[in-house]
Design a protein around this ligand. Structure first.
Ligand code: PLP
Length: 420
């Protein structure tokens, strides 16, 4: 496999090419194919940007039609028919059925763009600067988002000070007996705790990059209550766990809470096209015209993909959620069996189709399994502060036979690593 041009001229910052050292050429459904014709089952899904799988036929057809009809291609935020259709479908199929009243901001193509916009809007709306984020949080790597990202590996690259964010322990950080929302409450109620009243609290209901840490329903409800009581903007970062991965369209639905702002990205276009949204309750939509603008605020192909994905998978959202539950049961059963086989080495945690197999005795196990799995034809990533979690993230739809074949490979890889 010729990787020479990548190693010769691509920056040292390149990342996934190191974990998956081949040249991918095509993909369909749950599989990628490299230039040698070798197939890989995808248990990573473009870091969650391909929840519906690769190259869905209906989305592809809609995009090809749009291109063939010379649909608008620039990304300025003028009104386009593609954007209108996306907004109407998002309102009718996603927001209204859930009783959600959000304004939709198009903050730019990436997840970090959505986080930046949410943080700016929350600061403007409250007139305060501070933000509370959580241990092991990941919100992106542009400076505002990076300030709310906990991992030192990324923070050390900022090259400047990362200001106005204080980290508090996520649910379970000090073990099951310590209520960390109560801890935050203690700081907020004490005028001498040193914590200024923050503008916002930003939270992932399940921390993907941070090691598949799942916040409990009670914890999320208590956090919502606390933010309401103190007039703090609650931002749910749904960039990785949203769009079906948790089992529901939004992962906060399981807690019956409504965040003040929501960031969405990754699978929103349904086809891997860059796109993100910042959802803002009307009372916090304090933007003035063009105060946060840019060239790429309207990726029309992504709108066409996103509209088609919503119509295909969320017109009957209950059916999609039932499929996700079935696939989750398969993954939990297979990974649970591995934990039973290796109780001293592995633990399982997760929600829906974001599951983590945790190396409890040796942090390096997850990385060794991921490497072994790649050699056997599976794409899978690790996460966590010490890369100690094998993150299992299959497509949320698709045939179960392929999913099972992928899990067979994971099982064989685990056996190969742990039996050795
Ligand atoms: N927030 C969460 C929860 C994420 O998982 C990510 C990316 O993995 C981001 C924000 C940043 O998104 P992007 O990489 O598109 O900037």
């Amino acid at each position: 496999m010729d990787l020479s041009v990548f190693t010769a001229i691509e920056s040292e910052v390149r990342s996934y090419i190191r974990a998956f050292p081949t040249v991918f050429a095509t993909a369909k459904g749950q599989k990628l194919v490299d230039e040698r014709g070798r197939e890989y089952i995808d248990l990573f899904c473009g870091a969650g940007s391909l929840n519906y799988g690769h190259n869905d036929d209906d989305i592809k057809a809609a995009v090809i039609d749009y291109l063939a009809g010379d649909g608008i291609q620039h990304g300025l935020d003028m009104a386009t028919s593609a954007k209108r259709e996306f907004l109407e479908r998002f309102r009718d199929r996603i927001l209204e059925p859930r009783g959600l009243d959000y304004r939709v901001q198009f903050p730019g193509p990436t997840g970090a763009n959505a986080v930046e916009a949410a943080l700016k809007a929350a600061r403007m709306a409250t007139g305060r600067t501070g933000v509370v984020a959580f241990t092991h949080a990941y919100h992106g790597l542009s400076l505002g988002a990076l300030a709310a990202t906990a991992n030192q590996w990324f923070r050390q690259a900022a090259g400047t000070t990362l200001n106005d964010v204080q980290f508090f322990p996520f649910d379970g950080y000090y073990g099951p007996d310590i209520d960390t929302v109560a801890l935050l409450r203690t700081h907020l109620e004490d005028p001498s705790s040193g914590l200024d009243l923050p503008a916002a609290v930003i939270v992932e209901t399940v921390q993907g990059e941070g090691g598949v840490n799942v916040a409990s329903v009670e914890w999320l409800q208590a956090l919502r209550e606390l933010c309401t009581e103190f007039g703090i903007v609650l931002i749910a970062d749904e960039i990785q766990i949203g769009i079906g991965r948790s089992g529901r369209y939004f992962s906060f639905e399981r807690a019956g809470i409504v965040p003040d702002m929501v960031t969405l990205s990754k699978s929103i276009s349904g086809y891997g096209f860059p796109m993100s949204l910042t959802l803002i309750k009307p009372e916090f939509d304090v933007w003035k015209p063009a105060m946060h603008t840019g060239t790429f605020r309207g990726n029309t192909i992504a709108f066409v993909g996103g509209s088609t994905a919503i119509e295909k998978f969320w017109a009957d959202g209950e059916a999609t959620e039932a499929r996700i539950a079935e696939r989750t049961a398969i993954v939990e059963e297979r990974l649970g069996a591995l934990v039973e086989r290796y109780p001293d080495d592995l633990a399982l945690r997760g929600l829906g189709l974001l599951q983590g197999l945790v190396g409890i005795r040796d942090n390096a196990v997850a990385g060794r399994v991921a490497k072994e799995a790649f050699e056997r034809g599976v794409i899978i990533e690790v996460s966590g502060a010490h890369d100690e979690v094998l993150k299992v993230m299959p497509t949320i739809v698709g045939d179960d036979e392929t999913l099972r074949a992928g899990l067979d490979i994971v099982e064989a890889a685990v056996d190969a690593v742990l039996a050795a």
